[in-house]
Design a protein around this ligand. Structure first.
Ligand SMILES: [Fe+2]
Ligand SMILES: [Fe+2]
Length: 168
């Protein structure tokens, strides 16, 4: 895992992008609902941890180092939209009519947000003299490891597929 903050966050973006592409191959195929569910759970988990470490560590550091409050504010609002969609998806099953559509819209939201981070926020942070990429990177890596371990402890329960007929 890279220790540089920008490289690490960009790596996360690539990983999620690859998972969304994998989902595209499954979407529309009703016989692969189990694979869809597992993959979407992974996507939601990656996105949740990524958003959390950005909000706890990267955005506050960028807020201090950059003179651009609006850019960070917009990023936080975009995260909120992404998290809402994740919550909606978690309450659904792949057999639901709107499941594929919901995943597609989540992918589009994430693409838009990632583009703004990679094209605006990250280059500005890189240039800012008060932004220590290595120090923030180390903090991000530690926190990510912690959150992943926490999720691992409760993963069995979270990954159990909803029982048919439950919840309706
Ligand atoms: Fe973000
Ligand atoms: Fe990001």
């Amino acid at each position: 895992m890279p220790s540089n903050a920008i490289e690490m966050l960009t790596d996360d973006h690539h990983q999620v992008k690859a998972m969304f592409e994998e989902y595209e191959d499954l979407s529309g195929d009703d016989s692969r609902d189990d694979e869809k569910l597992t993959l979407v759970q992974q996507i939601c988990h990656e996105l949740t941890v990524h958003a959390q470490i950005e909000e706890e560590l990267f955005y506050p550091a960028a807020r201090k180092a950059l003179d651009d409050e609006d850019l960070i504010d917009e990023a936080v609002v975009e995260h909120a939209g992404i998290k809402d969609l994740i919550e909606e998806l978690k309450a659904m099953e792949p057999s639901d009519d709107m499941f594929d559509a919901k995943v597609t819209v989540l992918k589009e939201y994430v693409e838009h947000h990632v583009k703004e981070e990679e094209e605006e926020l990250f280059p500005k942070a890189k240039k800012a003299s008060d932004f220590d990429e290595d120090d923030i990177g180390a903090q991000l890596a530690d926190r990510k490891e912690e959150l992943m371990a926490m999720a691992g402890a409760g993963a069995r329960k979270a990954s159990e597929p909803p029982r048919p007929g439950a919840n309706r």
